[in-house]
Design a protein around this ligand. Structure first.
Ligand code: ADP
Ligand code: ADP
Ligand code: ZN
Ligand code: ZN
Length: 762
């Protein structure tokens, strides 16, 4: 007789001997069906362990399960550098990459709420429209015929196409296909209908109409120069012709040149037929309890979630329940201020990540390993609790949650904590703590020491030296905002997500003060060759130093010279690119990652080859090189907390927060400026916030004004001035709740920031 034994699922996923990047042969056991927070200073090795080792191996094992054919088209993923990785589950990586998608991808379509509403309207709308597809702007049956469902029309931008100070003969048409003496120009010249020497500014309405829309007749046109037999051509107006040739080309795929023309000479305006509703009649105007489908997509999510249940009857109850459930999940993530019609391409990184989290919540997958990358970015302290509640729900469904985070509230919500450290780069890469949160609190690690440290208000706030007025700001949700941004101080711009902080900065403050230095988290403009050394400009000095000491030409050390490794052209890695997947990097087999030919590698400065120099961290290089220029530039990199980056690390591997700090390093020495920073603490451990604040203080003390959009309460408390927007997000926000000193914010009723600041003070 055979006995069957239930197989108990393994309790831990284990990693043994991991060595990716700076990891020092580390081993960890991560509990399954639990929340584990990975903590430690920036550069300590969290991503190397969580993304480059655990998630990468899960992805690779998944690929191995595919057929040989499918595997053939997937990138060959190198095995992470580790001895053993066991008991992995399928990994779902929820990161801050923006949700792409063209104008047809909206929050409604990516969350699958729009299809639910389409069904609801097809069943319940008056007049009865019937088929659900009549409500889809992505199907020919439903889309507005004028704009093909885009909601907007691309039109010729007259101001950019014409120089009205000139005449037609004087080159008033700026597009080169319409240049003087060209074929198109000849139509207008030989029509005999225009005074070719009259500046367009003096044209009357009839002349303009004729020029833009032409007339229904043929014109005999001779070729350029006036020779040859005349050809009968349609007397097509400029606008008609431009539309036919460049806008309604009938092909979805435009050549790059046409795209460029479109970008230069057109603007998008709301479709005149559907007014942005995207749908054709009658679906566009059919209502459910007085609300059209496009109207519903324009309500903010919180309002829509409140209204939908009122239309519920037995026939549509399941539909309504499903839609409300999804809406509520988005509201719970602090996204209640968004609308379903919002194009996904306009969502911020943090918003995109939270939308992705909600999409997974409605999936019925179990025993999945979710990996989150700083999910609290962009989130006000008020909303962090809802984020941790969502993680618990994922866990309670039987999933494993791994989260890289600096936020103390998220760390406190974890079942298990792994701290990597003790410091960054070569001084990190070890497990310095493993256990529960209670144990971390008494552990003598950077995170343990900082976990419950109270926030402190600045003792003597600086006095503003002047003010930058913002008047009548009304973009997006802003309600005719008038505010004076004080100068010569550190200003924190606060408010819950969606309250209007970025809008105030981007649409009002910066346009009014165009000399502002805006440092955001977008990728540092780079080629695959960009590194901290090339980006800061120290590479040139280093090349010259190597040339001088060795009596050779400096060009020998550049990547496009004979000195570069021919296998990888000096990159040290080889890329295999696949159109539909991220490219895969592997270390160059020829130079083993050393970038140069053996002859060049033999040339040294104080025993250090050029390859060794590129492997130095910025912090080490400051001590090693005695050039003042090199020291000054690299010291700035150290000052912004990036001393752990090596000179040769590809910039494409930096996170958003690291990109922002690197850009800041390059702009530190411009005094008397207005600096605008977007959540500069992103990716920064609490122990490093003090350094960042010291840096910002130096900028202010040097005569600059620094405006930071921030949720981090250490920063808010340290500011000289706070401008708090809100009180809520979206339509319920967009006003200035408070403008003044942080200490006075504490008592402001209705300020979520004030309330949370008070809670965290000593
Ligand atoms: P964390 O996630 O804790 O901020 P990382 O794992 O990103 O830290 O980085 C750990 C160390 O490894 C740092 O010194 C970093 O500069 C280095 N590093 C990270 N990614 C790469 C890479 N692709 N190439 C070389 N070095 C890297
Ligand atoms: P915050 O920076 O405080 O999170 P935002 O300025 O991003 O807030 O958003 C304020 C309001 O403007 C929100 O209702 C948001 O949905 C809306 N909004 C922001 N960007 C866009 C955009 N590109 N298109 C339409 N609405 C937008
Ligand atoms: Zn339309
Ligand atoms: Zn090589």
């Amino acid at each position: 007789m055979t006995t069957s034994r239930a197989v108990t699922p393994p309790e831990h996923l284990t990693v043994t001997g991991a060595r990716e990047n700076n990891l020092r042969d580390v081993s960890v056991a991560v509990p399954k069906r639990a929340i584990t927070a990975f903590v430690g200073v920036s550069g300590s090795g969290k991503s190397s362990l969580v993304f480059d080792t655990i998630a990468a191996e899960a992805q690779r094992q998944l690929n191995d399960t595919f057929s040989a054919f499918v595997r053939g088209v997937l990138p060959k993923m190198g095995r992470p550098d580790a001895d053993l990785i066991e008991n992995l589950s399928t990994a779902v990586i929820v990161d801050q990459k923006r949700l792409g998608g063209g104008p047809r991808s909206t929050l409604g379509t990516v969350t699958d709420i729009h299809p639910l509403l389409r069904l609801l309207w097809s069943r319940r709308s008056v007049p009865h429209v019937g088929h659900g597809y009549a409500f889809s702007f992505n199907l020919p049956e439903g889309m507005c015929p004028t704009c093909s469902g885009a909601g907007e029309e691309v039109t010729l931008d007259h101001a950019r196409f014409f120089d009205t100070t000139r005449s037609l003969a004087g080159g008033a048409m700026l597009h080169r296909d319409f240049a003087v003496e060209g074929w198109y120009w000849n139509i207008y010249a030989q029509s005999g209908r225009f005074d070719m020497d009259k500046p367009l500014a003096e044209y009357d309405d009839d002349e303009w109409r004729l020029l833009l829309h032409g007339a229904d007749e043929k014109i005999p046109v001779r070729g350029p120069g006036g020779g040859g037999k005349p050809v009968n051509m349609d007397f097509e107006g400029v606008e008609t012709k431009f539309r036919r040739l460049y806008i309604h080309t009938g092909t979805e795929e435009l050549s790059d040149r046409k795209k460029e023309v479109l970008a230069r000479f057109t603007t998008a305006v709301r479709c005149t037929a559907c007014h942005g509703d995207r749908l054709a009649e009658p679906a566009r105007t059919a209502t459910v309890d007085g609300v059209t489908l496009p109207g519903a997509c324009r309500l903010d999510l919180a309002a829509l979630a409140a209204w939908l249940p009122t239309v519920s009857d037995a026939g549509v109850a399941p539909l309504v329940d499903e839609a409300v459930g999804r809406l509520q999940a988005l509201v719970d993530m602090g996204l209640g201020y968004l609308t379903l019609e919002r194009a996904t391409s306009t969502l911020s990184g943090g918003e995109s990540q939270r939308v992705k989290m909600v999409r997974h919540l409605s999936s019925s997958l179990v025993d999945v390993m979710y990996v989150f990358d700083e999910p609290t970015i962009g989130l006000h302290p008020r909303d962090v609790g809802r984020m941790t509640a969502l993680m618990r729900r994922l866990r309670d469904k039987g999933n494993t949650v791994l989260v890289v985070e600096h936020d103390t509230d998220v760390i406190a919500a974890a079942d298990h904590v792994v701290e990597i450290g003790p410091r960054a780069g070569a001084e990190g890469g070890e497990i310095v703590y493993e256990g529960d949160v209670a144990g971390l609190e008494s552990a003598d690690t950077l995170t343990g020491r900082f976990l419950h440290r109270p926030v402190r208000l600045r003792e003597a706030p600086r006095t503003p030296t002047g003010r930058l007025p913002v008047r009548g700001a009304s973009a997006h949700n802003l309600r005719d905002v008038d505010v004076d941004v004080p100068t010569g101080v550190l200003v924190a711009l606060t408010g819950v997500a969606g309250s209007g902080k970025s809008t105030l900065v981007r649409e009002a403050l910066v346009p009014a003060h165009p000399e502002a230095i805006v440092v955001d988290q977008s990728a540092v403009a780079t080629s695959s060759r960009s590194t901290p050394a090339t980006w800061t400009g120290v590479m040139d000095s280093i090349r010259k130093l190597y040339a001088k000491r060795n009596g050779v030409a400096a060009s020998l050390f550049s990547f496009n010279s004979a000195g570069a490794c021919p296998g990888c052209s000096g990159l040290g890695v080889q890329y295999s690119d696949l159109a539909f997947l991220d490219g895969v990097r592997s270390v160059c087999t020829e130079c083993e990652g050393r970038r140069y030919t053996p002859e060049v590698l033999a040339l040294t400065v104080d025993g250090v080859s050029i390859s060794d120099a590129l492997d130095m961290t910025a912090a080490r290089a400051v001590a090693f090189f005695d050039s003042r220029d090199v020291r000054r530039k690299l010291q700035a990199v150290v000052d912004v907390g990036l001393g752990y980056l090596t000179l040769g690390q590809p910039l494409s591997t930096l996170s958003g927060g690291e990109c922002q700090r690197l850009k800041l390093a390059g702009r530190l020495h411009e005094e008397g400026n207005l600096y605008v920073l977007d959540e500069p603490t992103t990716g920064l451990h609490m122990s490093d916030c003090g350094h960042l604040l010291g840096l910002l203080d130096r900028l202010v003390d040097g005569g600059s004004t620094v405006v930071v959009v921030e949720h981090n309460l250490d920063v808010v408390a340290h500011a000289d001035w706070v401008i708090d927007l809100g009180p809520e997000g979206g339509d319920a926000g967009g006003t200035v709740v408070f403008s003044g000193r942080p200490a006075e914010l504490l008592d402001v009723a209705g300020s979520h920031t004030g309330h949370h600041l008070a809670r965290h003070l000593a």
